[in-house]
Ligand binder design. Structure first.
Ligand code: ADE
Ligand code: ZN
Length: 335
């Protein structure tokens, strides 16, 4: 199974680039930027990465991102993640970035976007991986603040495919961002959002009805409401599920209790993703490996999960078909 997963062609649809920041690279970049970080060793970092809930994690995640200053830092961070994609047979990835985490510290939008997108272009040429970018608004900040980010992004519209909504979910419902999502869609961005990770099913209703999102990040709590489950299936909206994130943030107590298999059986379109791999103990393949073991998933289940990852990617039909054919060939030879 491990080998089947490692060689399985797949896409990753839920990945925060700031959450891919491995301790070794963090030390290196902090050093060259002459920034003090509160850890001296990888062991100290690992000790700090024990989370009780989403907010607990976010505090440490924003602190880690604060050593990113120059365009080259954003390039190195992104290219380092893309190299890991190549090793894992991730053929396509949709990368979220949080501009406000950086612009609020005085880093310019152009520095962030140029570093990240140059790495994506190089990875396509050197590693054969396709990628696109999702600009995420931080939901603990105001809608007015998100509007400023939208404005800053306009000159770089050709480098950004979609918008997302992340950070502290509870107390920051999707409806708070109704106007900025409408304005973003008018600019041509595809709307996506985190919903139902810690927030209840009503937040998912708001995300699909008010923000009109095309994909739900996490979405675990849709299972609280069977009418919602039916509606998500009817509208053909996929869920980007992140098993190791869910256990690390105590959204799920144990992988054995993870609802992924149940979601699939209900007819929900589910994908497997790493969310913040440097913080949650595993890249995307590790997520596949551990959830397969915990839920005793079959090769057919894994094939369907990988198929969804291409099916619900925000790519053109021709590229999608190319990847689906590659997956089909792989499955026929290895099932
Ligand atoms: N930002 C990075 N990871 C996140 C997550 N799992 N939920 C919300 N915001 C995030
Ligand atoms: Zn996320």
């Amino acid at each position: 199974m491990k080998q089947f997963i490692e060689n399985l062609p797949k896409a990753e649809l839920h990945l925060h680039i700031e959450g891919s920041f491995e301790p070794a690279l963090m030390f290196e970049i902090a050093k060259r930027n002459k920034i003090e970080i509160p850890y001296k060793t990888v062991q100290e970092i690992e000790k700090a990465y024990q989370f009780d809930c989403l907010q607990d994690f976010l505090d440490i995640y924003y602190q880690g991102a604060s050593v990113l200053i120059n365009e080259q830092d954003f390039y190195d961070l992104t290219y380092s993640y893309l190299k890991k994609c190549a090793i894992q047979n991730v053929r396509h990835t949709e990368i979220m970035f949080d501009p406000q985490t950086h612009t609020d510290r005085g880093i310019s939008f152009v520095t962030i976007i140029n570093g990240i997108s140059r790495a994506c272009n190089d990875a396509e040429v050197n590693l054969g991986i396709t990628s696109l970018l999702i600009m995420s608004y931080l939901r603990h900040l105001s809608e007015e603040d998100a509007f400023k980010t939208l404005e800053q992004s306009i000159p770089f519209k050709d480098k950004i495919t979609a918008i997302g909504l992340d950070s502290s979910e509870k107390g920051n419902p999707p409806s708070k961002f109704k106007n900025v999502f409408e304005a973003s869609v008018k600019e041509g961005y595809i709307p996506l959002a985190h919903a139902g990770e810690e927030g209840d099913a009503d937040y998912i209703w708001e995300a699909i009805d008010i923000l009109k999102i095309k994909r739900i990040d996490h979405g675990n709590n849709c299972l609280q409401d069977q009418t919602l489950v039916k509606e998500i299936i009817k509208r053909d909206i996929a869920l980007t599920v992140c098993p190791l994130s869910n256990t690390a943030l105590q959204v799920v107590d144990d992988l054995k209790d993870h609802p992924l298999k149940n979601m699939m059986e209900l007819g929900l379109k589910v994908t497997i993703n790493s969310d913040d791999p440097a913080y949650f103990g595993g890249q995307v393949n590790q997520n596949y490996i551990e959830i397969q073991k915990a839920l005793n998933l079959s090769k057919n289940d894994l094939y369907l999960l990988a198929k969804n990852s291409f099916q619900y990617a925000l790519i053109d039909e021709k590229t999608k078909q190319k990847y689906l054919n590659e997956l089909e060939d792989y499955y026929n030879l290895n099932k």
